[in-house]
Write a protein of this length. Structure first.
Length: 293
């Protein structure tokens, strides 16, 4: 059960702060999709409870901070800074140990090592400019890395969504769920011709959790394919009142011969090579925006 996973979550030795918080937020978001009330305060408490003992002073300082300053952004920032300090201390200890180990080996050897190091640098050949005397990382012709590369890569999709989905268009978010058995929504009024079940039907969502559906029918929508809105529909969508978010089932899409492709920033739904809808990544979940007709 997803609730059990939430309570059992701990910080693994191999985790850094960012990875640990991201995993907690991911489970929290999935619980919210199931209708659970997970507040930021609960998430922050869970983060603090799962920190190693070396962060105990940070916990004390955090509890003493003004209530207005206690939010997820500030907590993440403080923990990341503290993590950097820990890493710096470990690095200094490693250097001190290495210095102690090599102490007393004689000036002659250190002189030779220094000479060898200079010779190695002088004999290096840069693959960037093809000139000897330095390596590529020290090349004077090297251009600084553009920090906006990732922004440019997703910029077209972001601009398309921003420019075509103002607040008054009625576009709504559907979260892409690989664990959902069907498309699901809690909006009764969206269904074209609602057909209620004679008996509630249990349906499976993320992590094997089952909730009840009370009927199904098609929902007429418009989907953005990256540049334009196109008329389409979601077939046999389940009406699930307990859901607080709309779920788009990957399995149902594949049954309709649709293909889902994704990378670290966007996802694309296509059929026979033609884009049908595009979406964006939100934390660790992908979502698409549809207009209900």
């Amino acid at each position: 059960m997803l609730q059990q996973k939430w309570f059992k979550l701990t910080m693994q030795p191999s985790d850094d702060i960012a990875a640990h918080i991201a995993r907690l937020e991911d489970v929290a978001l999935r619980l919210k999709l199931m209708g659970e009330e997970i507040s930021d305060s609960m998430i922050m408490t869970k983060i603090l409870m799962t920190l190693p003992a070396s962060y105990s002073h940070i916990i004390s300082a955090w509890e003493s901070a003004p209530t207005t300053e206690r939010n997820l952004v500030n907590l993440t920032s403080r923990l990341t800074i503290e993590e950097s300090r820990h890493s710096g201390h470990r690095e200094e200890e490693s250097k001190a140990l290495a210095s102690k180990t090599h102490r007393g080996k004689g000036k002659h050897k250190r002189s030779n090592e220094s000479k060898n190091s200079r010779d190695s640098l002088n004999k290096g050949k840069c693959y960037r400019c093809d000139k000897p005397g330095h390596w590529a990382k020290n090349c004077p012709d090297r251009k600084p890395k553009d920090d906006n590369d990732s922004t440019h890569r997703e910029g077209h999709i972001g601009e398309a969504l921003a420019s075509t989905t103002p607040a008054d268009t009625g576009a709504v978010i559907w979260y892409i769920d690989s664990g959902a058995s069907d498309h699901m929504s809690h909006h009764r009024d969206w269904f074209a011709d609602f057909v209620p079940f004679k008996k509630e039907m249990p349906v499976r969502v993320e992590d094997g959790v089952y909730i009840k559906a009370y009927g199904r029918e098609n929902i007429n929508i418009m989907a953005i394919n990256g540049s334009d809105w196109n008329c389409n529909y979601l077939s046999n969508v389940l009406y699930v009142p307990k859901l607080k978010y709309n779920l788009f089932s990957v399995g149902t899409a594949m049954d309709k011969e649709l293909e889902l492709q994704s990378d670290k920033t966007i996802c694309k739904l296509s059929k026979h090579g033609r884009a049908v809808a595009v979406g964006v990544r939100e934390k660790k979940l992908y979502s698409m925006q549809f207009k209900v007709m």
